[in-house]
Structures are given as structure tokens and as C-alpha cells.
Design a protein around this ligand. Structure first.
Ligand code: HAM
Length: 440
């Protein structure tokens, strides 16, 4: 039927994962999971869709245009595919009520859906690593979540020359905005504007700033703020001066700095008051992880949200955490040649079986079955050739560790095992095969 061929293409902003792509995804997810588990976080999951109101109640009806929302046919309830995990997590924590052990450390790596205009680093369907601490108001909790993010990136090969954590604080930003003349009830709008400033043109920025009650001078000061981030080791007096705020506004950041130092994270972090974060629920320290060249959008973003759980009907539970998307992270890893070929990341077979004669073909399936039952990753060639050179090539293409050659020795209870990395070749008794392949 004319005009319907597009249904055979994946929807815009989504991805198909062929085996090599899947290997890359699993490589990233393994780094995420290992870092979170090593830091004492437990894995959770939630539903892919929620009541639409879970999002509109906090962000207003404007958020609907950024969501995939729907009703079931004949139904009246509005749902939305989750655009982020934090509302789900806060809902889950609120539902546990006073039964929730505090602090609770949770992580997840779910799918998210946002009705964005697809572009580099921005898709409509993506995965996001979420790491959150619930019920701990101390900066140690913020630092613990930052430590997980940095550990995951380090294990993927990114150093502090490649990526930086840029930390700011909502209260400090709000103080600066108030000093610049933004009225209390326009502070959220002003934060929103600051968050968008790299994405909108300077005239639109100035027009919106004027509408918020800012003078030209204030707009210039705002534009200049935080243009250069400063090392996390910068002393508080210098910071207070750079940001024109009283030192007492920096108490929490100073405490956070101590916690970062204790975790060896000062070199990974910088203070950057231009980090505002687009989400309304943040109440304290906020941070993003950026590639140092500044070519990509943020790899991760997070912060403290002390009122969200309570606002979902739960007890008063301060919380903090972050989300790290897979799309930008993969771009950064490819930029730095830390992932070149997904095939390199596919699991290597321990054994690759080839039969050299018609009389040994029937031995292949039982031997494969035996090796697999022993927990080995075993494959066999699909080729019908008896040319050993071609069969070994096939084994190498599968990136097997050993080729198991079933030839004339089989009649005497032996096979030839060829180590494909070293090229060494030995005859092995069949009853020794598992231990030979397993221990290498
Ligand atoms: P967010 O800044 O909206 O924060 O997203 C965090 C990260 O998810 C971004 O830095 C980016 O890497 C990735 N991301 C966001 N949108 C897209 C997209 N359309 N395509 C690809 N990647 C994307 C949050 O979502 C907060 N809920 C994070 C959080 C958790 N805060 C506290 N706990």
C-alpha cells in the first residue's frame, strides 16, 4: 500500500540493536551495574509507563508536549511512557512510607521515552543509569552518588582529562538570581532560562531575561557567571568573591568538598555555577558530567531533591542522585576510541568444534552438548568444508579461544586442541577436554 513503507523502518529516535550494538550496550551496562553494586547500591525497576499526572503534578501541563502520553482504547485514564526515573523512584519510596530503611541506596538502568526532536546525543528512546540515596540529608550521600558515576566512567576508560563533574548549588544560584533582581515567583523561570542558555540564541536569551525583570547590566553579569568553572579545591573565600555571595551561602558546598576529598574525587570535580539543571524538583547541590572538550551534551546530571518523596504522599525523606544516559556516553567512548568495534566486546567462545571427516560428523552435537553442560561457551562451524585452514579461519572469526578438531584421533578417544591465540596445538584425551578448555 502506498505511503506505508515507513512502518518497516524503526520509528525516528529509536535504535535497533544488532549483536555488535548489543555488545556495546552490555559493556556499558556492566560498568554501570558493577560500579553501583561495589558502592553498596541495590538494583530496582519500575513500570515503563506511569499515570500522566505523576509528571504534570510537579512540572505543570507544559511537560505533556515532551512526553509520549496515551489512553488505552475506550479507557479514560491518561498514562505516559516514563521520561525519567526520579518520579517513579520517589513514588516507590513514598509507598514504602516509614517502613523504608534509611538511608536506602537504589540503582536502576531503565528505558526512557521523550518526545524530543532526535539529534546527536538526543533520542526518543534511551537507557539511563539512575543512582539515588533516599533518607540521607548529608553531603556524604551526594558524594557517594558522584563516586559511583566517576567509578563507572573510569572503568570504561575515561579519565579526568576526558570528563569532568561540574557542581553547582540551587540555593547559591537562587541567591545570585535574587541579587540580580529576579522576583521570588520568577526564580524557577530564571533557572529554566539559565539551563537553556547554550541552546537558545543570545537575542532570545536577552528578551526572556528582560521579561524576568533583569536590567541589561544584570543580563550581562548573568551571562558571564560561571563561564569558567573553578577547581573543586578552590577555597571558599575565593569562591564567595567570584560568585559575589556571602560565605555562609556556601556552607553545604564546603561540606561537600570535604566528602569529595575523602573519596579522592577533587581532581574529577569543578565548581560551575552555570549548572542549573532543567528539572524543578532539585533543592540543593546539582551537578552534571561533561566531556572536557564541551562537544557533547551532558553525559550525566543529578542533584539533591529533598522534597519530592514527601510531595508524593510519603514521609519527609531527603534524597539525591543522578541519571547517566547511554547515548551521549557511547558517543564520548567512540570519540576517544575506547570502543571501536562492538564485535571485540562479544563474548569469546571457549571452544569451536570442527569435524574433519564424514565419520566424525555425528560426534559434534553430543560433544557440544557435553561442553555446554560443563558451563563452557561452545560453538561449532556451520561450514561443510574439510579444509582445515578455512575451518580455523571460521574459528578465528568467531574469536574462539580454542579450536577443537575432531579428526582421525577421535576413534582412539582423542581430539586435537589448537590454542588460537598462541597457535599451539596438542592432542587431548576426550575425558580431559573440559579441564583443558576450562583452565586454559
Ligand atoms: P536529565 O538531565 O534529564 O536528568 O537526564 C540525565 C542524562 O540522561 C542526560 O545527561 C543525558 O545523558 C541523558 N538523556 C536525557 N535525555 C536524553 C535523550 N532524549 N536522549 C538521550 N539521552 C538523554 C534526569 O533525568 C534526572 N531524573 C536524573 C536524576 C536522577 N536526578 C536525580 N536522580
Amino acid at each position: 500500500m502506498a505511503g506505508s513503507s515507513h512502518v518497516y523502518q524503526a520509528p525516528r529516535g529509536t535504535r535497533d540493536f544488532l549483536p555488535d550494538d548489543m555488545a556495546v550496550r552490555l559493556h556499558i551496562e556492566r560498568a554501570w551495574r558493577d560500579a553501583a553494586v561495589n558502592h553498596g547500591f541495590d538494583e530496582i525497576e519500575g513500570p515503563t509507563f506511569e499515570h500522566l499526572e505523576l509528571y504534570t503534578s510537579k512540572s505543570g501541563p507544559g511537560i505533556v508536549s515532551e512526553l509520549f502520553s496515551f489512553q488505552r482504547s475506550g479507557g479514560e485514564t491518561d498514562f505516559a511512557l516514563r521520561p525519567e526515573f526520579t518520579p517513579t523512584l520517589a513514588r516507590m519510596a513514598a509507598a514504602q512510607g516509614r517502613g523504608l530503611a534509611v538511608p536506602t541506596r537504589w540503582f536502576s538502568m531503565p528505558w526512557h521515552y521523550r518526545a524530543e526532536r532526535p539529534q546527536r546525543g538526543r533520542l526518543r528512546e534511551f537507557r539511563q543509569f539512575n543512582v539515588d540515596v533516599i533518607g540521607d540529608p548529608s553531603p556524604a550521600a551526594d558524594a557517594d552518588t558522584i563516586a559511583v558515576a566517576v567509578a563507572a566512567l573510569r572503568s570504561l576508560g575515561l579519565t579526568h582529562d576526558d570528563v569532568q563533574v561540574r557542581i553547582s548549588h540551587r540555593a547559591v544560584v537562587n541567591r545570585i538570581l535574587a541579587d540580580l533582581g529576579v522576583a521570588d515567583d520568577r526564580i524557577t523561570d530564571a533557572q529554566d532560562l539559565l539551563d537553556k542558555r547554550d541552546r537558545i540564541d543570545p537575542d532570545a536569551f536577552a528578551a526572556k531575561a528582560a521579561e524576568l525583570g533583569l536590567t541589561d547590566d544584570a543580563v550581562a553579569r548573568l551571562g558571564a557567571l560561571g563561564g569558567d568553572s573553578v577547581p573543586a579545591s578552590t577555597d571558599p573565600a575565593t569562591l564567595a568573591e567570584a560568585w559575589s555571595v556571602p560565605a555562609d551561602a556556601l556552607t553545604e558546598l564546603v561540606a561537600l568538598r570535604r566528602e569529595l576529598e575523602a573519596r579522592g574525587l577533587l581532581d574529577a570535580c569543578r565548581w560551575d555555577i552555570s549548572i542549573v539543571r532543567g528539572l524543578a524538583y532539585y533543592t540543593g547541590a546539582v551537578w552534571e558530567i561533561h566531556e572536557t572538550s564541551g562537544n557533547e551534551r551532558a553525559i550525566a546530571g543529578g542533584g539533591r531533591y529533598d522534597q519530592l518523596v514527601e510531595s508524593f504522599g510519603g514521609p519527609s525523606l531527603p534524597a539525591c542522585g543522578f541519571g547517566m544516559g547511554d547515548v551521549v556516553l557511547e558517543l564520548v567512548l567512540r570519540d576517544r576510541d575506547l570502543i571501536t568495534d562492538g564485535a571485540e566486546l562479544l563474548p569469546r567462545p571457549d571452544a569451536f568444534l570442527v569435524s574433519m571427516g564424514d565419520d566424525t560428523d555425528d560426534a559434534v552435537v553430543p560433544l557440544l552438548t557435553r561442553l555446554r553442560a560443563a558451563g563452557l561457551h561452545a560453538r561449532a562451524t556451520d561450514k561443510t568444508t574439510r579444509n582445515l585452514g578455512k575451518l580455523i579461519k571460521d574459528a578465528n572469526r568467531a574469536r574462539a579461544r580454542y579450536a577443537v578438531i575432531i579428526g582421525e584421533e577421535f576413534a582412539d578417544g582423542r581430539v586435537v586442541v589448537k590454542d588460537l591465540d598462541s597457535g599451539d596445538q596438542t592432542e587431548v584425551e576426550l575425558d580431559q577436554l573440559e579441564s583443558r578448555l576450562g583452565t586454559g
